[in-house]
Structures are given as structure tokens and as C-alpha cells.
Ligand binder design. Structure first.
Ligand code: PLP
Length: 392
């Protein structure tokens, strides 16, 4: 018999992907330039040229060597390159043994959750949060506990998190720079989180892991992103090159179990076990080899910065309320009515494709992704204006 939960997930896909699919169809009908598709986080900036050069270089190798399986956790040289990069950039004593290559951040998150939870545990997320966290937590047969971020400054609400933690709490998931809000948690905020979690670990007598989901680590507009593992011992980093090297379709990322963790070897072994149990072994090998040499590169953040200015300017002119993003490439706009879905549907009638906020765990907002061409943003002005006019 078909699994009812899986049937439900399949029949009710992620609203981001629903809008994205509609956008493709609509572009075919009325022309690409007439649809302002701000729905999905597909980077508009091409991967740095070194990525293509490296692929071309690798393609000269004998295919049976190039396309062979790697070890389940990845190629040792590539894992070493990631560990070296983490050590050089953040001063953490990273070792290759605690790096596990994955098919993007999604696989990293699923593996990590499976590795450190038991059915019936609770995993805390900070709302608004990336839509798929809930699916991932429930797939591990755990309860997804939503704690709202502080509404004043979109920082972690340490008091509310403390309140939410109990003997069933296995982990807290954070994501900074954040999808969908674009906020970055300050060092002070992370330090307060770390102090609170350490005290709770002590009180409860078991680890509370911090899952730090960092696919937007390099996409920032001037603010520092504290490296979480330097502040909290029991941190597991989930990373992806989907955004930082514009390689979303290549499915390449990693898990890094902090070397500061006293039981890092066992946690890494459990990560390996969860990878095996879930079938997430031997991440795409060609791209392990690419990131081995390209790990120090980044995308052209300036282009996103210009898009951000452009979109904020349009929304300012038209009188929309929004949160000015410090990182990632999403803008969190206040919907002009309580019902976010209805707001997004009205936007769609003007061929402006946004994502409703309920799927991020919060009512009354919408997400606009500005990882599109500057022309798309400039041309979307009339759609934003028409949407505003619908409410006047
Ligand atoms: N986490 C966050 C916050 C994201 O925004 C995304 C993708 O947009 C992911 C995880 C998934 O990343 P990947 O495509 O590498 O699986």
C-alpha cells in the first residue's frame, strides 16, 4: 500500500516549486520577459569561470577513473581541502575525518537529523524557516517545534528558545544568512544562544546539537557572519555550493561535525551510518573534485547587492513594508492582507511570482527572491504597482 504521508507530500508539493512550475508554463505562454518570477532560489549569477575550467581539465582524465565511486564520505583529498579551508578561514581545528560530502544541503540536513535523533524527539526551528525543515524532521519521526524569531529585529529569541527546550529536545536548527528573511544572526546573538544551550545541556544531562544550515554563508552585504562552530561546541554545519558557487543543480555540499565536540568521532560515525541508511553515500564525484580546488572561490555578490538595491528602491517608492536583507538573496515583504496566499495569488494575476509565508511557518508575509536578472526586477515595478493598486 502507498505510504499516506508520502502520497500527501507528493500531491501537495512545496509551494515554492508550485510557483516555479507555474512560472515556466507562463513564460512559455506569454514570453519570458513578461513574467517576474521571484519564486525560487536559482542563482542568476553564473558559476565563476574557474569552475568550468576545472571541469574541462577533469574531463581529460580516463573516464573509469573520473567517474568511479568515492568512499561513502567522499574523496580523502577533497575532504582534506574542505577541512583546510575551514581551518584557514575560521581558525577551527577541522580535520578531514569530520567532513562528509553530500548531495547538497538537503542531503546534509536529512543525514544530520537522522544521525542525532530518535523517534519521538523534538527538533526546534526558528520561524520563519526554510520550508523543508519540517518535512525533514517529521521524516525522522520527530516533532518540529517552531519558535518565532524576535519580530523587532529578526534575531534568535533566546528566552523563547530556552522555554521550548525540554528533555526531548535533540537539536536546534539555525540558518544564517537566512532564507526567507535575509537576516544574519549577530555574534552576540550566537554567543547568547551558545551560553543558553550549554546551560541546558548541563541541566538535562544530554547533548543538544546545533544544526547550522549555511548555504548562504558567503552571500552578505557588509555584515559579518559568525562561524557558529567557533561559539558552540556541539555544532554540526550543513553546507552547500548551490548558492556560493551557483551550482544548485549539481547537488554538492557537506556536513562538518565540529572537531571541538568531545564525541566528534562517534557523531561522524553516526553521520556515516545515517548516510548509509538513507542511501546518501558518495556524493557526485566530479563535483567533489571541482570543489576540492574551487572551495576558496565565491560568486559575484555585488550583482545580488545591486538587485537588492533595485528591489528595495521599487518597494520604497510604492510604500511596501519589508525587512531589509543583510544576506542571502530573498526579501521578506509584508503582505497587504492577512491571508498571504490570497496576496500571492493577486500578485500572480499580475505575473509577479512570490511565495506565500505560511510554508515558512509564519502568516501575513511573502518572499521575493532577487536572484534574477536586474531587468526582471526593474520590469517588475509595474506588477508591484498594480498589486498595490488592488488594495487601494
Ligand atoms: N537550506 C536552505 C536555507 C536553503 O535555502 C536551501 C535551498 O534553497 C537548502 C537548504 C537546500 O540546499 P541544496 O539545494 O544544496 O540542497
Amino acid at each position: 500500500m502507498i505510504n499516506e504521508r508520502m502520497l500527501g507530500l507528493g500531491k501537495q508539493p512545496n509551494p515554492i516549486r508550485v510557483q516555479f512550475a507555474y512560472g515556466l508554463q507562463r513564460k512559455a505562454e506569454i514570453g519570458e520577459e513578461n513574467v517576474y518570477d521571484l519564486s525560487i532560489g536559482n542563482p542568476s549569477i553564473p558559476a565563476p569561470p574557474e569552475v568550468r575550467a576545472r571541469i574541462e581539465e577533469l574531463l581529460q582524465e580516463p573516464p573509469q577513473q573520473l567517474h568511479a565511486y568515492s568512499m561513502a564520505a567522499g574523496l580523502m583529498n577533497a575532504r582534506q581541502a574542505i577541512a583546510d579551508n575551514l581551518r584557514e578561514r575560521f581558525g577551527i581545528p577541522a580535520t578531514a575525518a569530520n567532513v562528509y560530502f553530500t548531495a547538497g544541503a538537503t542531503a546534509a540536513l536529512y543525514i544530520t537529523t537522522a544521525a542525532i535523533t530518535h523517534p519521538g524527539d523534538e527538533v526546534i526551528v526558528n520561524a520563519p524557516y526554510f520550508t523543508e525543515y519540517k518535512v525533514m524532521i517529521e521524516t525522522a519521526q520527530c516533532t518540529c517545534v517552531e519558535v518565532p524569531m524576535r519580530q523587532t529585529d529578526f534575531q534568535l529569541d533566546i528566552d523563547a528558545l530556552r522555554e521550548a527546550i525540554n528533555e526531548k529536545t535533540a537539536a536546534v536548527v539555525i540558518n544564517s544568512p537566512n532564507n526567507p528573511v535575509g537576516c544574519i544572526y549577530t555574534q552576540q546573538n550566537i554567543e547568547e544562544l551558545a551560553a543558553m544551550l550549554s546551560a541546558k545541556e548541563e541541566e538535562l544531562g544530554h547533548p543538544i546539537y546545533l544544526i547550522s544550515d549555511e548555504p548562504y554563508r558567503e552571500i552578505t552585504y557588509g555584515k559579518e557572519v559568525p562561524f557558529t562552530a567557533n561559539f558552540y561546541r556541539d555544532t554540526i554545519v550543513c553546507y552547500s555550493w548551490a548558492k556560493s558557487l551557483s551550482l544548485p543543480g549539481e547537488r554538492i555540499g557537506y556536513i562538518y561535525v565540529s572537531d571541538n565536540m568531545p564525541d566528534a568521532a562517534d557523531v561522524s560515525a553516526a553521520v556515516g551510518g545515517a548516510g548509509r541508511a538513507l542511501g546518501f553515500i558518495c556524493a557526485p564525484v566530479l563535483f567533489q573534485r571541482v570543489v576540492e580546488t574551487c572551495v576558496g572561490l565565491s560568486t559575484d555578490v555585488e550583482a545580488y547587492a545591486r538587485n537588492r538595491e533595485l528591489l528595495c528602491g521599487i518597494l520604497d517608492d510604492l510604500g511596501y513594508d519589508y525587512i531589509e536583507p543583510d544576506g542571502a538573496f530573498y526579501l521578506w515583504v509584508k503582505a497587504l492582507e492577512d491571508d498571504s496566499q490570497s496576496f500571492v495569488d493577486k500578485a500572480r494575476s499580475h505575473d509577479l511570482l512570490l511565495v506565500q509565508s505560511d510554508c515558512f511557518g509564519v502568516p501575513g508575509w511573502a518572499r521575493a527572491g532577487y536572484c534574477v536578472s536586474a531587468d526582471t526586477i526593474a520590469n517588475s515595478r509595474k506588477a508591484w504597482a498594480a498589486l498595490k493598486a488592488d488594495y487601494e
